[in-house]
Design a protein around this ligand. Structure first.
Ligand SMILES: [Zn+2]
Length: 294
């Protein structure tokens, strides 16, 4: 992704990995081969491969303002024990090198913002140092939605007490709790302002406390939407929630509200997983929506 401007703000992408992920009908259950065929002209090959797999990117955004550097979503991370998801297990990607290539050092990050606490959005919150998980960004305040934190804290305690598998592949324990223990976490409510023009808002459904980031500067507007949409293929039919959505009905309602708000406007959409070059806008067609790269 080329550097994008939102008024006085600047957005860059830090890539962790990008590949043809699982089959589309695994990621988005309920999507039909007829729907995919009917929309192949704009979906393929950018968003969906010839053999119907989803092109997906795992990345963070760096939002730079005149006063702050904010890292949005933190991918899977290196060295994490993710035996139930082999492609994420003990990853070793040059994510920090990619960050430094933007001229950003870990100590430059003022805020880390996770739109939700799935394992692929909190990983780089921590890294392995001498056998311990420690915060990757030593000076950052890590902003978590209170509802989201409380949901996973309870799920984590419940699993521990019953000897069950930890939720989210254990990412709450290795990528969230160490940040809390280090005193770097902030649990916030909907409407939290990082600074004037940058607000976190509830966008529940994908997870119990899922959020989006609304960003405005000098009349320009952008939304960091996390996993409200996993793939532009969901724009064929806004009721198509992903397999990973906690509440598919509420997720669909949140998706529909966002898409209708952004359609045919200059607002930039920065999603959690759209493939490179990632940033773009929603366009309305007669009976569906499409995604157009910026
Ligand atoms: Zn995700």
């Amino acid at each position: 992704m080329k550097t994008q401007k939102i008024g006085l703000f600047q957005v860059d992408l830090v890539l962790e990995s990008e590949s043809a992920f699982s089959p589309l009908d695994f990621v988005v259950p309920g999507i039909t081969p007829e729907q995919v065929e009917q929309h192949a002209a704009w979906l393929k090959p950018a968003f969906v491969t010839a053999d119907n797999r989803v092109n997906m990117s795992f990345h963070s955004y760096i939002l730079k303002t005149p006063s702050h550097t904010i890292l949005i979503d933190a991918c899977v991370g290196n060295d994490k024990e993710r035996s139930l998801r082999p492609s994420w297990h003990r990853q070793n990607y040059k994510y920090l090198e990619n960050l430094k290539r933007l001229g950003v050092q870990p100590q430059d990050i003022d805020f880390v913002c996770c739109t939700h606490m799935h394992a692929d959005h909190v990983g780089w919150n921590t890294y392995l140092q001498d056998g311990h998980w420690v915060p990757t960004f030593p000076k950052a305040r890590y902003v978590f939605a209170k509802t989201e934190y409380e949901h996973w804290e309870q799920a984590h305690r419940h699993a521990l007490a019953r000897g069950l598998d930890a939720p989210n592949h254990g990412s709450f324990a290795d990528s969230v709790l160490p940040v809390v223990d280090a005193g770097q976490a902030m649990m916030v409510n909907s409407g939290f302002e990082f600074e004037a023009g940058i607000e976190l808002h509830d966008a529940h459904g994908h997870t119990a406390g899922n959020c989006l980031l609304d960003t405005r500067s000098q009349g320009a507007h952008a939304v960091f939407a996390g996993d409200i949409l996993h793939t532009p293929a969901q724009l064929i039919d806004l009721s198509l929630s992903s397999r990973f959505c906690h509440d598919s009905v509420q997720a669909a309602q949140t998706r529909s509200e966002l898409v209708h708000r952004l359609a045919d406007t200059p607002t930039l959409l920065f999603s959690g997983h759209f493939p490179s070059p990632t940033a773009g806008r929603i366009v309305a067609k007669s009976d569906h929506f499409r995604f157009k790269y910026a």
